[in-house]
Design a protein around this ligand. Structure first.
Ligand code: FMN
Length: 501
Protein backbone atom coordinates (compact mmCIF):
# COMPACT_ATOMS: atom_id res chain seq x y z
CA UNK A 1 0.00 0.00 0.00
CA UNK A 2 2.79 2.38 1.14
CA UNK A 3 5.05 1.47 -1.83
CA UNK A 4 2.13 2.01 -4.29
CA UNK A 5 1.68 5.54 -2.96
CA UNK A 6 5.43 6.21 -3.21
CA UNK A 7 5.41 4.94 -6.78
CA UNK A 8 2.53 7.19 -7.83
CA UNK A 9 4.29 10.22 -6.24
CA UNK A 10 7.45 9.34 -8.09
CA UNK A 11 5.53 9.10 -11.39
CA UNK A 12 3.94 12.50 -10.79
CA UNK A 13 7.36 14.05 -10.06
CA UNK A 14 8.86 12.41 -13.14
CA UNK A 15 5.94 13.62 -15.27
CA UNK A 16 6.41 17.18 -14.05
CA UNK A 17 10.15 17.01 -14.60
CA UNK A 18 9.57 15.76 -18.15
CA UNK A 19 7.09 18.58 -18.81
CA UNK A 20 9.56 21.12 -17.34
CA UNK A 21 12.36 19.70 -19.45
CA UNK A 22 10.31 19.91 -22.65
CA UNK A 23 9.24 23.44 -21.69
CA UNK A 24 12.87 24.52 -21.12
CA UNK A 25 13.92 22.98 -24.43
CA UNK A 26 11.08 24.91 -26.09
CA UNK A 27 12.20 28.18 -24.43
CA UNK A 28 15.79 27.50 -25.49
CA UNK A 29 14.74 26.90 -29.10
CA UNK A 30 12.72 30.14 -29.09
CA UNK A 31 15.64 32.10 -27.55
CA UNK A 32 18.06 30.67 -30.14
CA UNK A 33 15.61 31.52 -32.94
CA UNK A 34 15.22 35.10 -31.67
CA UNK A 35 19.00 35.53 -31.27
CA UNK A 36 19.47 34.05 -34.74
CA UNK A 37 17.10 36.61 -36.28
CA UNK A 38 18.71 39.47 -34.28
CA UNK A 39 22.22 38.40 -35.29
CA UNK A 40 21.51 37.80 -38.97
CA UNK A 41 19.69 41.10 -39.40
CA UNK A 42 22.03 43.36 -37.37
CA UNK A 43 24.77 45.19 -39.30
CA UNK A 44 27.19 46.17 -36.55
CA UNK A 45 29.09 42.92 -35.89
CA UNK A 46 30.42 40.96 -38.87
CA UNK A 47 31.10 37.76 -36.90
CA UNK A 48 27.55 37.61 -35.51
CA UNK A 49 26.05 38.38 -38.95
CA UNK A 50 28.05 35.59 -40.61
CA UNK A 51 27.81 33.11 -37.73
CA UNK A 52 24.53 33.87 -35.98
CA UNK A 53 24.29 32.76 -32.31
CA UNK A 54 27.59 30.79 -32.36
CA UNK A 55 29.49 34.03 -33.09
CA UNK A 56 28.39 35.31 -29.69
CA UNK A 57 30.60 32.76 -27.90
CA UNK A 58 33.62 34.59 -29.26
CA UNK A 59 32.95 37.52 -26.92
CA UNK A 60 32.43 35.20 -23.99
CA UNK A 61 35.65 33.27 -24.65
CA UNK A 62 37.59 36.48 -25.29
CA UNK A 63 36.47 37.71 -21.87
CA UNK A 64 37.11 34.42 -20.09
CA UNK A 65 40.46 34.05 -21.88
CA UNK A 66 41.84 36.95 -19.83
CA UNK A 67 41.29 34.88 -16.71
CA UNK A 68 42.08 31.37 -17.90
CA UNK A 69 45.05 31.90 -20.26
CA UNK A 70 47.39 32.21 -17.31
CA UNK A 71 46.33 28.86 -15.86
CA UNK A 72 46.24 26.68 -18.96
CA UNK A 73 48.28 28.06 -21.81
CA UNK A 74 50.94 30.59 -20.75
CA UNK A 75 54.44 29.37 -19.90
CA UNK A 76 55.97 30.27 -16.54
CA UNK A 77 58.03 33.15 -17.88
CA UNK A 78 56.17 34.49 -20.86
CA UNK A 79 53.21 36.60 -19.73
CA UNK A 80 53.05 40.39 -19.46
CA UNK A 81 52.98 42.58 -17.48
CA UNK A 82 54.06 39.92 -14.98
CA UNK A 83 54.71 36.28 -15.70
CA UNK A 84 53.67 33.39 -13.54
CA UNK A 85 57.04 32.96 -11.88
CA UNK A 86 57.14 36.63 -10.82
CA UNK A 87 53.59 36.48 -9.53
CA UNK A 88 54.25 33.20 -7.71
CA UNK A 89 57.25 34.74 -5.97
CA UNK A 90 55.02 37.60 -4.76
CA UNK A 91 52.22 35.26 -3.62
CA UNK A 92 54.61 32.96 -1.78
CA UNK A 93 56.45 35.87 -0.16
CA UNK A 94 53.12 37.38 0.91
CA UNK A 95 51.92 34.10 2.37
CA UNK A 96 55.31 33.67 4.05
CA UNK A 97 55.65 30.24 2.40
CA UNK A 98 58.93 28.55 1.68
CA UNK A 99 60.27 30.38 -1.39
CA UNK A 100 62.99 27.89 -2.25
CA UNK A 101 62.86 26.08 -5.62
CA UNK A 102 64.01 22.61 -6.55
CA UNK A 103 66.08 20.92 -9.22
CA UNK A 104 67.26 23.94 -11.18
CA UNK A 105 66.40 27.36 -12.57
CA UNK A 106 63.73 27.67 -15.26
CA UNK A 107 65.13 31.09 -16.11
CA UNK A 108 66.97 31.30 -19.41
CA UNK A 109 70.16 33.21 -18.57
CA UNK A 110 71.05 34.03 -22.19
CA UNK A 111 68.61 36.72 -23.44
CA UNK A 112 70.06 40.25 -23.67
CA UNK A 113 69.14 42.34 -20.63
CA UNK A 114 69.32 39.44 -18.16
CA UNK A 115 70.75 40.62 -14.83
CA UNK A 116 73.36 38.51 -13.05
CA UNK A 117 74.84 39.43 -9.69
CA UNK A 118 78.51 39.00 -9.03
CA UNK A 119 78.97 36.65 -6.10
CA UNK A 120 82.03 37.13 -3.97
CA UNK A 121 84.34 34.22 -3.04
CA UNK A 122 83.96 35.18 0.62
CA UNK A 123 80.30 36.16 1.08
CA UNK A 124 78.96 37.93 4.15
CA UNK A 125 78.20 35.59 7.04
CA UNK A 126 74.71 35.82 8.50
CA UNK A 127 76.17 37.04 11.79
CA UNK A 128 77.99 39.87 9.97
CA UNK A 129 74.90 41.01 8.06
CA UNK A 130 73.26 44.23 9.23
CA UNK A 131 69.80 45.76 8.82
CA UNK A 132 69.41 48.46 6.13
CA UNK A 133 70.76 51.73 7.55
CA UNK A 134 68.66 54.82 8.20
CA UNK A 135 68.43 57.47 5.53
CA UNK A 136 67.40 61.08 6.14
CA UNK A 137 65.17 62.74 3.57
CA UNK A 138 64.74 66.52 3.57
CA UNK A 139 67.43 67.67 6.04
CA UNK A 140 66.45 71.32 5.45
CA UNK A 141 62.75 70.87 6.13
CA UNK A 142 61.24 71.48 9.54
CA UNK A 143 60.53 67.77 10.02
CA UNK A 144 63.04 65.64 8.10
CA UNK A 145 61.96 62.06 7.52
CA UNK A 146 64.34 59.41 8.82
CA UNK A 147 63.66 55.85 7.73
CA UNK A 148 65.51 52.65 6.94
CA UNK A 149 62.65 51.20 4.93
CA UNK A 150 63.85 49.81 1.63
CA UNK A 151 60.66 48.77 -0.12
CA UNK A 152 57.53 50.89 0.20
CA UNK A 153 54.01 51.09 -1.14
CA UNK A 154 53.69 53.21 -4.26
CA UNK A 155 50.83 55.65 -4.84
CA UNK A 156 47.45 54.12 -5.57
CA UNK A 157 44.50 56.38 -4.89
CA UNK A 158 41.50 55.45 -2.76
CA UNK A 159 39.20 55.28 -5.73
CA UNK A 160 41.51 53.35 -7.99
CA UNK A 161 41.71 50.81 -5.15
CA UNK A 162 39.01 49.81 -2.71
CA UNK A 163 38.44 50.64 0.95
CA UNK A 164 39.43 47.16 2.23
CA UNK A 165 42.54 47.31 0.04
CA UNK A 166 43.57 50.69 1.53
CA UNK A 167 42.91 49.42 5.06
CA UNK A 168 44.96 46.28 4.44
CA UNK A 169 47.84 48.31 2.97
CA UNK A 170 47.77 50.80 5.82
CA UNK A 171 47.90 48.10 8.52
CA UNK A 172 50.38 45.99 6.56
CA UNK A 173 52.69 48.97 6.02
CA UNK A 174 52.66 49.70 9.73
CA UNK A 175 53.52 46.09 10.57
CA UNK A 176 56.30 46.05 7.99
CA UNK A 177 57.64 49.48 8.98
CA UNK A 178 57.37 50.90 5.47
CA UNK A 179 55.52 53.93 4.12
CA UNK A 180 52.22 54.07 2.25
CA UNK A 181 51.81 56.62 -0.54
CA UNK A 182 48.20 57.86 -0.82
CA UNK A 183 48.20 58.26 -4.60
CA UNK A 184 46.48 61.28 -6.08
CA UNK A 185 42.99 60.73 -4.59
CA UNK A 186 43.51 62.56 -1.29
CA UNK A 187 44.00 61.36 2.28
CA UNK A 188 41.24 59.19 3.78
CA UNK A 189 40.73 57.85 7.29
CA UNK A 190 41.49 54.42 5.86
CA UNK A 191 45.04 55.49 4.96
CA UNK A 192 45.58 56.62 8.54
CA UNK A 193 43.82 53.68 10.17
CA UNK A 194 46.81 51.33 10.40
CA UNK A 195 49.18 53.93 11.82
CA UNK A 196 51.78 53.62 9.02
CA UNK A 197 53.99 56.45 7.79
CA UNK A 198 52.19 58.26 4.98
CA UNK A 199 53.49 60.00 1.88
CA UNK A 200 50.75 62.36 0.74
CA UNK A 201 50.59 62.74 -3.01
CA UNK A 202 49.36 65.87 -4.77
CA UNK A 203 48.17 65.02 -8.27
CA UNK A 204 47.44 67.48 -11.03
CA UNK A 205 43.82 67.89 -9.86
CA UNK A 206 45.08 68.52 -6.31
CA UNK A 207 42.44 66.23 -4.86
CA UNK A 208 42.11 66.59 -1.12
CA UNK A 209 44.00 69.91 -0.98
CA UNK A 210 42.08 72.01 -3.52
CA UNK A 211 39.84 74.99 -2.91
CA UNK A 212 36.52 75.55 -4.68
CA UNK A 213 38.35 76.93 -7.72
CA UNK A 214 40.46 73.76 -7.92
CA UNK A 215 43.64 75.57 -6.80
CA UNK A 216 46.06 74.42 -4.11
CA UNK A 217 44.81 75.51 -0.70
CA UNK A 218 47.36 76.23 2.03
CA UNK A 219 44.70 75.66 4.69
CA UNK A 220 43.98 72.19 3.36
CA UNK A 221 47.70 71.46 3.13
CA UNK A 222 47.99 72.41 6.81
CA UNK A 223 45.11 70.03 7.61
CA UNK A 224 46.97 67.20 5.89
CA UNK A 225 50.20 68.10 7.71
CA UNK A 226 48.37 68.20 11.04
CA UNK A 227 48.55 64.39 10.96
CA UNK A 228 51.92 63.41 12.41
CA UNK A 229 51.74 60.22 10.32
CA UNK A 230 52.16 62.28 7.15
CA UNK A 231 55.93 62.23 6.71
CA UNK A 232 56.48 63.56 3.19
CA UNK A 233 54.63 65.24 0.34
CA UNK A 234 55.01 64.03 -3.24
CA UNK A 235 54.06 66.30 -6.10
CA UNK A 236 53.07 64.10 -9.01
CA UNK A 237 54.19 65.51 -12.36
CA UNK A 238 53.56 62.26 -14.18
CA UNK A 239 53.47 58.49 -13.80
CA UNK A 240 55.00 55.90 -16.09
CA UNK A 241 51.84 54.34 -17.44
CA UNK A 242 50.46 57.67 -18.63
CA UNK A 243 52.95 60.50 -18.99
CA UNK A 244 51.16 63.72 -19.96
CA UNK A 245 47.87 62.40 -18.65
CA UNK A 246 46.41 62.88 -15.19
CA UNK A 247 44.42 60.35 -13.18
CA UNK A 248 41.35 58.77 -14.77
CA UNK A 249 38.68 57.38 -12.46
CA UNK A 250 35.58 56.15 -14.29
CA UNK A 251 32.26 57.48 -12.93
CA UNK A 252 31.24 53.99 -11.80
CA UNK A 253 34.06 54.12 -9.26
CA UNK A 254 33.39 57.66 -8.00
CA UNK A 255 31.26 56.82 -4.95
CA UNK A 256 29.89 59.51 -2.62
CA UNK A 257 32.69 58.94 -0.11
CA UNK A 258 35.44 59.06 -2.75
CA UNK A 259 33.90 62.18 -4.28
CA UNK A 260 33.81 63.97 -0.93
CA UNK A 261 37.45 63.11 -0.14
CA UNK A 262 38.49 64.41 -3.57
CA UNK A 263 36.17 67.42 -3.53
CA UNK A 264 34.32 66.51 -6.76
CA UNK A 265 30.77 65.38 -7.78
CA UNK A 266 29.87 61.70 -7.28
CA UNK A 267 29.15 59.36 -10.19
CA UNK A 268 31.00 61.45 -12.78
CA UNK A 269 34.33 60.54 -14.38
CA UNK A 270 37.17 62.03 -12.35
CA UNK A 271 39.75 63.21 -14.89
CA UNK A 272 42.83 65.09 -13.73
CA UNK A 273 44.48 67.68 -16.01
CA UNK A 274 47.53 66.63 -18.04
CA UNK A 275 49.75 68.75 -15.83
CA UNK A 276 49.56 71.12 -12.89
CA UNK A 277 48.03 74.35 -14.21
CA UNK A 278 50.40 76.32 -12.00
CA UNK A 279 53.64 74.49 -12.90
CA UNK A 280 54.95 75.01 -16.40
CA UNK A 281 58.67 75.54 -15.79
CA UNK A 282 61.50 74.48 -13.50
CA UNK A 283 61.22 77.83 -11.73
CA UNK A 284 57.55 77.25 -10.94
CA UNK A 285 58.31 73.67 -9.89
CA UNK A 286 60.93 74.83 -7.38
CA UNK A 287 58.62 77.63 -6.18
CA UNK A 288 55.84 75.11 -5.59
CA UNK A 289 58.16 72.74 -3.73
CA UNK A 290 59.30 75.65 -1.56
CA UNK A 291 55.70 76.67 -0.84
CA UNK A 292 54.53 73.18 0.12
CA UNK A 293 57.62 72.58 2.26
CA UNK A 294 57.13 75.90 4.07
CA UNK A 295 53.40 75.33 4.68
CA UNK A 296 53.67 71.68 5.78
CA UNK A 297 57.16 71.54 7.26
CA UNK A 298 57.60 68.19 5.52
CA UNK A 299 60.17 67.01 2.97
CA UNK A 300 58.76 67.57 -0.52
CA UNK A 301 59.74 65.82 -3.75
CA UNK A 302 58.23 65.03 -7.10
CA UNK A 303 57.31 61.95 -9.12
CA UNK A 304 57.91 61.74 -12.82
CA UNK A 305 58.59 59.40 -15.69
CA UNK A 306 61.62 60.49 -17.71
CA UNK A 307 61.25 61.04 -21.45
CA UNK A 308 63.01 64.19 -22.60
CA UNK A 309 65.78 64.81 -20.08
CA UNK A 310 67.54 68.08 -20.98
CA UNK A 311 65.27 69.84 -18.47
CA UNK A 312 67.07 68.03 -15.66
CA UNK A 313 70.25 70.00 -16.44
CA UNK A 314 68.42 73.31 -16.23
CA UNK A 315 66.62 72.18 -13.08
CA UNK A 316 69.85 71.25 -11.33
CA UNK A 317 71.55 74.46 -12.52
CA UNK A 318 68.70 76.51 -11.09
CA UNK A 319 68.90 74.58 -7.80
CA UNK A 320 72.62 75.37 -7.55
CA UNK A 321 71.90 79.05 -8.26
CA UNK A 322 69.18 79.21 -5.59
CA UNK A 323 71.10 77.09 -3.07
CA UNK A 324 70.85 73.37 -2.29
CA UNK A 325 68.14 74.00 0.30
CA UNK A 326 65.80 74.80 -2.59
CA UNK A 327 66.19 71.31 -4.08
CA UNK A 328 63.39 68.76 -4.05
CA UNK A 329 64.08 66.41 -1.15
CA UNK A 330 63.48 63.39 -3.34
CA UNK A 331 62.66 62.40 -6.89
CA UNK A 332 60.50 59.38 -7.63
CA UNK A 333 61.43 57.98 -11.01
CA UNK A 334 58.67 55.82 -12.45
CA UNK A 335 59.16 53.43 -15.33
CA UNK A 336 57.35 53.76 -18.66
CA UNK A 337 55.96 50.29 -18.04
CA UNK A 338 54.51 51.23 -14.64
CA UNK A 339 50.97 50.32 -13.72
CA UNK A 340 47.79 52.35 -13.51
CA UNK A 341 44.11 52.09 -12.75
CA UNK A 342 43.28 53.37 -16.25
CA UNK A 343 45.24 54.91 -19.13
CA UNK A 344 45.04 55.33 -22.90
CA UNK A 345 46.90 52.50 -24.62
CA UNK A 346 49.31 54.64 -26.71
CA UNK A 347 50.58 56.35 -23.54
CA UNK A 348 50.82 53.07 -21.68
CA UNK A 349 52.64 51.30 -24.49
CA UNK A 350 54.65 53.91 -26.32
CA UNK A 351 55.61 56.98 -24.27
CA UNK A 352 58.43 57.46 -21.76
CA UNK A 353 61.63 55.63 -20.81
CA UNK A 354 61.77 52.36 -18.90
CA UNK A 355 63.45 52.51 -15.49
CA UNK A 356 66.39 50.49 -16.84
CA UNK A 357 67.37 53.58 -18.86
CA UNK A 358 66.05 56.45 -16.79
CA UNK A 359 67.39 55.45 -13.37
CA UNK A 360 71.11 55.45 -14.33
CA UNK A 361 70.57 58.68 -16.26
CA UNK A 362 68.99 60.50 -13.31
CA UNK A 363 71.49 59.15 -10.76
CA UNK A 364 74.44 60.15 -12.95
CA UNK A 365 73.10 63.65 -13.56
CA UNK A 366 72.64 64.20 -9.84
CA UNK A 367 76.23 63.08 -9.25
CA UNK A 368 77.45 65.38 -12.03
CA UNK A 369 75.82 68.38 -10.34
CA UNK A 370 76.94 67.35 -6.85
CA UNK A 371 73.33 66.80 -5.73
CA UNK A 372 73.44 63.04 -5.28
CA UNK A 373 73.34 63.15 -1.48
CA UNK A 374 70.90 66.04 -1.26
CA UNK A 375 68.15 64.56 -3.46
CA UNK A 376 67.14 61.01 -2.59
CA UNK A 377 66.05 58.72 -5.39
CA UNK A 378 62.97 56.54 -5.19
CA UNK A 379 62.63 54.05 -8.07
CA UNK A 380 59.48 52.31 -9.24
CA UNK A 381 58.28 50.23 -12.14
CA UNK A 382 58.03 46.45 -12.12
CA UNK A 383 60.48 46.23 -9.23
CA UNK A 384 58.46 43.47 -7.62
CA UNK A 385 61.03 40.70 -7.10
CA UNK A 386 64.38 40.72 -5.26
CA UNK A 387 66.37 40.68 -8.52
CA UNK A 388 64.82 43.90 -9.81
CA UNK A 389 65.06 45.64 -6.46
CA UNK A 390 68.73 44.66 -6.06
CA UNK A 391 69.42 45.92 -9.60
CA UNK A 392 67.89 49.32 -8.78
CA UNK A 393 70.00 49.55 -5.61
CA UNK A 394 73.15 48.70 -7.60
CA UNK A 395 72.34 51.53 -10.01
CA UNK A 396 71.94 54.01 -7.16
CA UNK A 397 68.31 54.11 -5.94
CA UNK A 398 67.89 54.95 -2.25
CA UNK A 399 64.37 53.52 -1.97
CA UNK A 400 62.08 51.30 -4.01
CA UNK A 401 58.33 51.61 -4.22
CA UNK A 402 55.92 49.17 -5.74
CA UNK A 403 52.21 49.25 -6.48
CA UNK A 404 51.54 46.00 -8.26
CA UNK A 405 53.84 43.90 -6.04
CA UNK A 406 51.66 44.92 -3.11
CA UNK A 407 48.52 44.36 -5.19
CA UNK A 408 49.63 40.75 -5.65
CA UNK A 409 50.13 40.58 -1.88
CA UNK A 410 46.49 41.69 -1.57
CA UNK A 411 45.44 38.80 -3.80
CA UNK A 412 45.36 40.48 -7.25
CA UNK A 413 45.28 37.84 -10.02
CA UNK A 414 46.23 40.20 -12.88
CA UNK A 415 42.70 40.08 -14.29
CA UNK A 416 43.35 43.50 -15.94
CA UNK A 417 40.00 44.90 -14.78
CA UNK A 418 41.22 47.88 -12.69
CA UNK A 419 39.56 50.38 -15.05
CA UNK A 420 36.12 48.79 -14.53
CA UNK A 421 34.29 48.18 -11.31
CA UNK A 422 34.60 44.42 -11.69
CA UNK A 423 37.91 43.40 -10.11
CA UNK A 424 37.34 39.74 -9.13
CA UNK A 425 39.53 39.98 -6.04
CA UNK A 426 38.07 43.17 -4.54
CA UNK A 427 41.31 45.15 -4.86
CA UNK A 428 40.12 47.74 -7.39
CA UNK A 429 36.35 47.61 -7.14
CA UNK A 430 33.77 49.40 -5.01
CA UNK A 431 31.23 46.63 -5.54
CA UNK A 432 30.55 45.42 -1.98
CA UNK A 433 29.90 41.83 -3.12
CA UNK A 434 33.30 41.61 -4.78
CA UNK A 435 35.01 43.35 -1.86
CA UNK A 436 33.82 40.52 0.42
CA UNK A 437 36.70 38.42 -0.90
CA UNK A 438 39.30 40.83 0.46
CA UNK A 439 39.63 40.44 4.19
CA UNK A 440 41.71 43.44 5.38
CA UNK A 441 43.07 41.71 8.51
CA UNK A 442 44.31 38.68 6.63
CA UNK A 443 45.68 40.69 3.71
CA UNK A 444 47.47 43.19 5.99
CA UNK A 445 49.58 40.30 7.28
CA UNK A 446 50.36 39.36 3.68
CA UNK A 447 51.43 42.92 2.91
CA UNK A 448 53.78 42.77 5.89
CA UNK A 449 55.24 39.42 4.82
CA UNK A 450 55.70 40.59 1.25
CA UNK A 451 57.71 43.65 2.35
CA UNK A 452 59.74 41.74 4.94
CA UNK A 453 60.53 38.79 2.65
CA UNK A 454 61.55 41.20 -0.09
CA UNK A 455 64.07 42.88 2.20
CA UNK A 456 65.26 39.46 3.39
CA UNK A 457 65.86 38.13 -0.13
CA UNK A 458 67.46 41.33 -1.43
CA UNK A 459 69.70 40.89 1.61
CA UNK A 460 70.57 37.37 0.40
CA UNK A 461 71.73 38.83 -2.92
CA UNK A 462 73.69 41.58 -1.13
CA UNK A 463 75.40 39.08 1.16
CA UNK A 464 76.31 36.84 -1.77
CA UNK A 465 78.01 39.91 -3.28
CA UNK A 466 80.00 40.33 -0.07
CA UNK A 467 78.33 43.49 1.33
CA UNK A 468 76.66 43.83 4.70
CA UNK A 469 73.35 45.33 3.63
CA UNK A 470 71.42 46.01 0.40
CA UNK A 471 72.20 49.75 0.20
CA UNK A 472 75.91 48.90 -0.07
CA UNK A 473 75.30 47.29 -3.47
CA UNK A 474 77.15 49.07 -6.28
CA UNK A 475 77.16 48.86 -10.05
CA UNK A 476 80.15 46.49 -10.13
CA UNK A 477 78.07 43.97 -8.19
CA UNK A 478 75.87 43.22 -11.22
CA UNK A 479 76.31 42.31 -14.87
CA UNK A 480 73.93 42.58 -17.80
CA UNK A 481 73.81 40.08 -20.66
CA UNK A 482 74.62 41.99 -23.87
CA UNK A 483 73.37 41.47 -27.42
CA UNK A 484 76.44 39.32 -28.13
CA UNK A 485 75.34 36.93 -25.38
CA UNK A 486 78.20 37.86 -22.99
CA UNK A 487 77.50 39.59 -19.70
CA UNK A 488 79.06 43.00 -19.09
CA UNK A 489 79.54 44.67 -15.65
CA UNK A 490 77.02 47.45 -14.98
CA UNK A 491 79.84 49.85 -14.11
CA UNK A 492 81.19 49.37 -17.64
CA UNK A 493 77.80 50.10 -19.19
CA UNK A 494 77.23 53.06 -16.85
CA UNK A 495 80.74 54.24 -15.85
CA UNK A 496 81.21 56.35 -12.75
CA UNK A 497 80.45 60.01 -13.37
CA UNK A 498 82.71 62.74 -12.02
CA UNK A 499 81.11 65.69 -10.28
CA UNK A 500 81.57 69.19 -11.79
CA UNK A 501 84.27 71.17 -10.08
C1 FMN B 1 45.67 50.56 -9.60
C2 FMN B 1 46.78 51.56 -9.67
C3 FMN B 1 46.56 52.87 -9.27
C4 FMN B 1 47.60 53.80 -9.34
N1 FMN B 1 47.38 55.09 -8.90
C5 FMN B 1 48.40 55.97 -8.91
C6 FMN B 1 48.24 57.27 -8.37
O1 FMN B 1 47.19 57.65 -7.87
N2 FMN B 1 49.33 58.09 -8.41
C7 FMN B 1 50.53 57.71 -8.92
O2 FMN B 1 51.49 58.49 -8.92
N3 FMN B 1 50.71 56.47 -9.43
C8 FMN B 1 49.68 55.60 -9.43
N4 FMN B 1 49.90 54.34 -9.89
C9 FMN B 1 51.24 53.98 -10.38
C10 FMN B 1 52.08 53.32 -9.28
O3 FMN B 1 52.18 54.15 -8.15
C11 FMN B 1 53.51 52.98 -9.74
O4 FMN B 1 54.19 54.16 -10.03
C12 FMN B 1 53.56 52.08 -10.96
O5 FMN B 1 52.52 51.15 -10.97
C13 FMN B 1 54.88 51.35 -11.06
O6 FMN B 1 55.07 50.48 -9.98
P1 FMN B 1 54.73 48.89 -10.08
O7 FMN B 1 55.34 48.41 -11.33
O8 FMN B 1 55.35 48.31 -8.85
O9 FMN B 1 53.26 48.77 -10.10
C14 FMN B 1 48.87 53.40 -9.84
C15 FMN B 1 49.07 52.08 -10.24
C16 FMN B 1 48.06 51.16 -10.16
C17 FMN B 1 48.32 49.75 -10.58
Amino acid sequence: MYTDQMQSYLFIILEWMAILFIFLIGVLVIVIAVLYIIDITQKEHAVRRNYPVIGRFRYLFEHLGEFFRQYFFAMDREELPFNRSQRSWCYRAAKNLDNTVAFGSTRDLRPPGTILFVNCPFPTLDEDAVEPKQVTIGPHSEKPYVTSSLINISGMSFGAISKPAVIALSNGANMAGCWLNTGEGGLSKYHLQGGADIVFQIGTAKYGVRNDAGELSDDKLRDVASHEQVKMIELKLSQGAKPVKGGILPGAKVTKEIASIRGIPAGQDSISPNRHHDIESNTQLLDMIHRIRTVTGRPVGFKTVIGAHGWLDSLYEEILERGVESAPDFMTIDSADGGTGAAPMPLMDDVGMPIQESLPLVVDKLTEYGLRDRIKIIASGKLITPTNVAWALCIGADFITSARGFMFALGCIQALQCNKNTCPTGVTTHDKDLQRGLNPEDKAVRVKHYAKNMVKEVGIIAHSCGVHEPRELRRFHARLVSNEGRSVPLDKIYPEVMGRS
